[in-house]
Design a protein. Structure first.
Length: 279
């Protein structure tokens, strides 16, 4: 239905099927894969593991996140690239062998980029998610305008975009086109497909593989990008301390006023309780 709405032609196979239990495209090797898998889907014990190119154990039956990752990786062409969305727990989970699968993903040099997104982006859930980008071949490739990309073998870019976006209403955050362009430009620049790349504290950094190994192959961007530099205050200490004390005094005064109001309201409730009825 989603393909039809977007007017995208697709070969979905000769009949309805579950891609885990009955893959209708076993020989497909795609140049590009874009996916939004069901989060924490129950896989079941009858679904076979997707071994190539990882050759790892079966993912947990109660959470298909890593089954999806293996399924996507198995269907990539030799120079294929995949982008998909997963819950943040997949970046660090070690449940039922997930940590081992993630380790082999990293050691096979399949993880090209991880982008941590802010929460409240979806209407169905408020949990934050991350974007995964896999690349079967980081040694070469072509980008925009058929421009050759640089050799990224052994590198993984981490982008922390959790501070981007704006609250459209009380519970829903949106990424404006400028936010999306900023993330995309960072990734393209790092691949050699845009402006010159430079690390950004608390935003983007490609750590050496040794750092990822030292963190037990955890892929949470916050582990690697660091913190943003803070501006040093030029205000003299002799002026700063009295100002802070005055601010604290005013907050104490406001707190005392609120306490008085709360106690008065509580006393009114105790002395004049509401009569409960069934009418």
């Amino acid at each position: 239905m989603n393909l039809a709405i977007c007017r995208i032609e697709a070969n979905l196979g000769p009949h309805h099927a579950d891609t885990f239990h009955h893959d209708l495209h076993p020989d497909l090797r795609a140049d590009y894969i874009l996916a939004n898998p069901l989060q924490h889907q129950r896989l079941g014990r009858s679904a076979p593991p997707r071994r190539p190119p990882l050759a790892v154990r079966r993912p947990p039956v109660n959470n298909a996140n890593y089954a999806w990752i293996q399924h996507i990786a198995a269907h990539l062409a030799p120079n294929g690239v995949a982008g998909f969305v997963l819950a943040n727990g997949s970046l660090s989970s070690n449940t039922s062998g997930e940590g081992e699968i993630r380790k082999r993903l990293v050691e096979a040099d399949l993880v090209d980029c991880i982008v941590a997104l802010p929460g409240q982006l979806f209407y169905s859930t408020q949990i934050p998610v991350s974007l995964w980008f896999l690349g079967r071949n980081k040694l070469n490739g072509r980008g925009m305008d058929n421009k050759p990309l640089r050799d990224r073998a052994g590198e993984t870019l981490f982008i922390d975009a959790r501070q981007l976006g704006r609250m459209e209403d009380r519970i829903h955050r949106v990424l404006d086109p400028a936010d999306i362009a900023r993330i995309a430009a960072t990734y393209h620049a790092w691949r050699g497909d845009g402006a010159a790349y430079a690390d950004t504290p608390a935003s983007a950094k490609p750590p050496p593989l040794a750092d990822i190994r030292a963190h037990n192959h955890t892929l949470t961007p916050g582990r690697y990008v660091g913190v943003a530099p803070t501006e040093e205050s030029t205000e003299p200490f002799a002026a700063t301390m009295p100002r802070l004390i005055a601010t604290l005094d005013s907050q104490f005064t406001e707190s005392a006023k609120l306490e008085t109001v709360i106690r008065a309201n509580l006393a009114a409730i105790v002395t004049c309780p509401r009569k409960l009825g069934h009418g």
